[in-house]
Design a protein around this ligand. Structure first.
Ligand code: SAM
Length: 250
């Protein structure tokens, strides 16, 4: 899978992507990340990428032409899925976009190419919206630029690509993957400051461990993020666990 980033700070991405899972995925050729300097797509001698807003007001606005030129220069893959839909997406990072979720990360991980536009200042000229497939927000807060959202997208999408994580299981139990939060995890020592590891985890009884984890996963989702339960896929066994948890509460 290829990620293209359009940014005025291409160097921003070098260090964060060279460590751990993403670093190894790049080394193995499972993902390719290319940061494109927006200034290379300007035509004036000062390589201008922003200008003052029409109508006045504070701050600067990113000009549409350099971004448009960058998008059309980069979008080279044109593969389609079975339904004839393009396997490339042009994404504008913006706090006004659709919330980025694990489900969206999974959807993007099935593509061949993702082009990420990183805004700065007051954002990009409104007319860029006609050239993008999707606007994505990483949360209801304002960052200074789209580079961190770009990294968030690349990191979370990459780990869902076949072969990027060591064990296939390690991502299936992750929080949000099945709609629930993940169960609590423990490692050595078995006792710390008087707090002990639940006995079942030391029992070697795989069926009991599986049930314990499911129960704790449901327990913490109900406690910490009850609204997630509405969309989670609940099995008949899960309903039994929910009833058990309700009884325990009483
Ligand atoms: N004036 C814009 C607004 O109120 O919607 C915010 C511009 S913000 C200071 C500059 C850039 O940072 C945006 O163009 C976008 O690329 C990025 N950005 C900031 N917060 C973001 C968020 N929560 N999600 C995604 N991108 C964000």
């Amino acid at each position: 899978m290829r990620f293209h980033i359009i940014t005025i700070f291409p160097e921003f991405f070098t260090a964060p992507l060279s460590y751990g899972v993403t670093g190894r995925a790049i080394d193995k050729g499972l993902i390719k990340v290319q940061a494109h300097n927006l200034r290379d797509y300007t035509t004036d001698k000062h390589r201008t990428t922003d200008d003052s807003p029409y109508g006045g007001g504070s701050g600067m606005v990113m000009k549409v032409e350099p971004v448009a030129r960058a998008v059309s220069a980069i979008k080279v893959l044109d593969s389609k899925d079975k339904t004839g839909k393009s396997r490339s997406r042009v994404i504008l990072t913006t706090p006004q976009g659709v919330p980025f979720t694990q489900a969206l990360a999974r959807e993007l991980s099935a593509l061949d190419e993702v082009i990420i536009i990183c805004g700065r200042y007051e954002g990009v000229d409104e007319r860029i919206r006609d050239l993008v497939d999707m606007e994505v927000s990483i949360g209801d807060y304002i960052l200074t630029g789209g580079e961190i959202p770009g990294l968030v997208l690349i990191d979370s999408v990459s780990r869902l690509i076949q072969g990027v994580l060591g064990s296939a299981d390690s991502k299936e139990d992750d929080s949000f993957s099945n709609g629930l939060l993940e169960y609590p995890q423990y490692t050595r020592p078995p006792e710390f400051n008087g707090s002990i590891v639940p006995e079942v985890l030391l029992s070697g009884d795989h069926a009991a461990i599986k049930r314990y984890r499911k129960k704790e996963s449901i327990r913490r989702t109900l406690q910490k993020r009850p609204e997630l339960m509405e969309k989670a896929s609940i099995t008949p066994q899960d309903y039994e666990i929910i009833a058990e948890l309700k009884k325990e509460k009483k």
